[in-house]
Write a protein that binds this ligand. Sequence first.
Ligand SMILES: [Zn+2]
Length: 88
Amino acid sequence: MNENIKKTALLPKVYCSIFGHDYQITKHVTYHVKEYTCSHCKKQLTTNSNGNLIELTPKFKEINSILEKIHLSKTQRLKRKNTLSSIY
Ligand SMILES: [Zn+2]
């Protein structure tokens, strides 16, 4: 029983090393920055300021959460502006 669990836990990494990672978007931080997770081994990537994919380290998670807050407040302000202009 235990052996079976070990084998299935090892498989995704073997799969990725042969076929490559299968990244899926798990979070839209801003229009340009997204977070990706490999559906097999759960490795996480993010987009950096140059638009390249890099490993999602705790530091980048922090940066992304700040970016997300800034992005949210911007889009909310934009929405408010739009509703105001539709009233007047
Ligand atoms: Zn993978």
